[in-house]
Design a protein around this ligand. Structure first.
Ligand SMILES: [Zn+2]
Length: 275
């Protein structure tokens, strides 16, 4: 699942390449992902021009000259491409936008769980859960004090809290493991057992992990003028590295699968707290 580092790398690339470019042709190929209808994409995007590209939680927000926004949440398996127009279409390509000047913007999604909305820039609140969800992890207004006040409203295991969009947006299963490893906190500890300093450390670790990962992710998906995003995370230090040595202490990394989610952690660096 793309999380903040992947989405930020994609946003950064498109912000360098799309603003000011006109859409010559729009093909909505697999209707199920178009939550505001495929016809509007097909009929009203050609002739429109890309503006700035933003991000809010798991949504990439492609501003348009018409004052609308193409909002895309790739969910688990949505992938973006920016390639030569002659590049062969990948399977499950849902959206293809031909850009004036010869490039092709594509969104493909193997499991078709992604969601694409075309709305006015003042209508983002109509997207389900938009207003109920918490701030983005990288929101400048989210400082350590606000993080501390927010996180204390949640009980349950700390990893589950970190991945709840109502608390904070943008952290998924993979980077939650990396953040907890960075902070030396056991993923199964109840939030209520962590003291203020540990909760503050989690904030600092969350921001640090995002800053560390972003350039690594970008190097994987961007080659010159081309973006081709496949999920490659060989740089990770703990997530999905069960059985390997912890890069900090050398102990064997543990891996537990529950509810179809893998949790990887180091029992030495991230010990269970005394009862
Ligand atoms: Zn360790």
């Amino acid at each position: 699942m793309p999380e903040i580092p992947e989405l930020e790398a994609i946003r950064g690339f498109f912000n360098e390449h799309l603003p000011g470019r006109a859409i010559a042709e729009a093909e909505a190929r697999i209707p199920v992902v178009f939550r505001t209808g495929a016809a509007a994409i097909r009929e009203t995007l050609p002739g429109d021009t890309f503006g700035a590209v933003g991000r809010h939680g798991k949504f990439l927000l492609f501003g348009l000259g018409s004052g609308r926004v193409l909002a895309i949440n790739p969910m688990l398996t949505g992938r973006f491409q920016y390639v030569e127009a002659t590049t062969k279409l990948a399977a499950k390509t849902c959206l293809r936008l031909e850009i004036a000047g010869g490039r092709s913007f594509r969104y493909r999604d193997d499991r078709l769980m992604g969601k694409i909305y075309l709305v006015g820039s003042d209508q983002l609140g109509l997207i389900p859960n938009w207003t109920e969800n918490g701030p983005d992890l990288l929101d400048p207004a989210l400082d350590e004090g606000r993080w501390l006040a927010r996180i204390k409203k949640y009980r349950g295991q700390i990893k589950s809290v970190l991945t709840r969009a109502e608390f904070v947006q943008g952290i998924g299963n993979a980077y939650a493991d990396e953040i907890l490893w960075e902070a030396k906190i056991n993923p199964y500890v109840p939030r209520t057992k962590l003291d203020d300093e540990q909760l503050r450390e989690l904030f600092r670790s969350a921001r640090a992990v995002m800053a560390w990962a972003a350039p690594l992710v970008r190097a994987n998906m961007v080659k010159g003028e081309t973006l081709d995003y496949e999920e490659r995370r060989e740089f990770m230090r703990v997530h999905r590295l069960g059985g390997k040595a912890c890069p900090r202490c050398g102990a064997t990394i543990s891996e537990i699968t529950a509810n179809q989610r893998i949790t990887s952690f180091c029992r030495t660096c991230q010990p269970e707290l005394p009862a």
